[in-house]
Ligand binder design. Structure first.
Ligand SMILES: NC(=O)c1ccc[n+]([C@@H]2O[C@H](COP(=O)([O-])OP(=O)(O)OC[C@H]3O[C@@H](n4cnc5c(N)ncnc54)[C@H](OP(=O)(O)O)[C@@H]3O)[C@@H](O)[C@H]2O)c1
Length: 215
């Protein structure tokens, strides 16, 4: 139940980003920002389960270590799954693995030009978040049409039904190929703890924060 509460929106968002408009296929390389975050980790796992090669960007070696517990490899090379932005040569590491069929972006306009340059021809840049102050980009329309690139946006709220997404991933969870998100015991609060829970979201690393409304 608690896992379900933590998974819902991130899982839907990740699935839409991977399959809406230009669905990923087996063997595709997919670059995923915020790979240790909720949406990112769902996307990393679903992409791998579907036979694609996910490459996640994180901000620290600690997050690389965290992703190791989900079976993602940080060793530089062709089979690398995780690259840390804290490495001076992170761009070369990414380039060495790419080009990518898709870039999943949850960090606004950061590194936009680099991400576009990392796409394969006909590739798709899909965004699901644009924090204030990180919303604007300059798009080279010449490059866009000559390379057949696509820009896409994903919004999980306000659609009638996502039952098909849960149907699609059910087998992955049942087989153990997909795992729930990490939730520290101390990050589960009763409703009265909502204010404290909210404060914790500002500082906690890698764990989801959950309000448990059941008595
Ligand atoms: N469009 C939609 O329907 C939809 C649905 C769900 C969420 N969202 C949005 O998507 C975003 C991610 O959601 P989430 O639940 O996955 O959040 P999360 O669990 O907090 O994950 C955020 C991830 O982004 C990374 N990050 C943040 N700022 C960064 C920066 N400046 N450079 C590099 N990486 C950075 C974080 O790294 P650290 O761990 O190192 O901080 C973390 O990996 C949020 O803005 C959320 O509002 C949109």
């Amino acid at each position: 139940m608690i896992q379900g509460a933590a998974l819902g929106v991130p899982l839907i968002t990740a699935h839409l980003a991977l399959f809406q408009t230009t669905p990923i296929k087996k063997g595709d390389k997919v670059l995923i920002t915020g790979a240790n975050g909720a949406v990112g980790l769902c996307a990393m796992q679903i992409a791998r389960w579907k036979g694609a090669h996910p490459v996640g960007l994180v901000r620290s070696p600690e997050s690389q270590e965290f992703l190791k517990s989900f079976g993602f490899n940080s060793q530089p090379g062709e089979a690398q799954n995780v690259v840390s932005l804290s490495d001076e040569d992170w761009k070369s590491q990414v380039k060495n693995i790419g080009p990518f069929s898709k870039v999943l972006n949850g960090i606004g306009n950061l590194h936009f030009d680099f991400f576009i340059s990392s796409l394969a021809d006909e590739g798709t840049y899909v965004t699901y978040s644009a924090p204030a102050g990180q919303r604007e980009v300059t798009v080279d329309l010449f490059q866009l049409y000559r390379r057949g690139l696509k820009l896409d946006g994903v919004m999980s709220a306000g659609k009638p039904s996502y039952a098909y997404i849960f149907e699609d991933v059910k087998e992955g969870f049942e087989s153990g190929a997909l795992k729930g998100l990490f939730i520290e015991d101390s990050a589960v609060f009763p409703l009265e703890g909502a204010a404290e829970a909210y404060r914790l979201t500002r500082s906690i690393k890698n764990s989801r924060v959950v309000l448990n409304l059941s008595p």
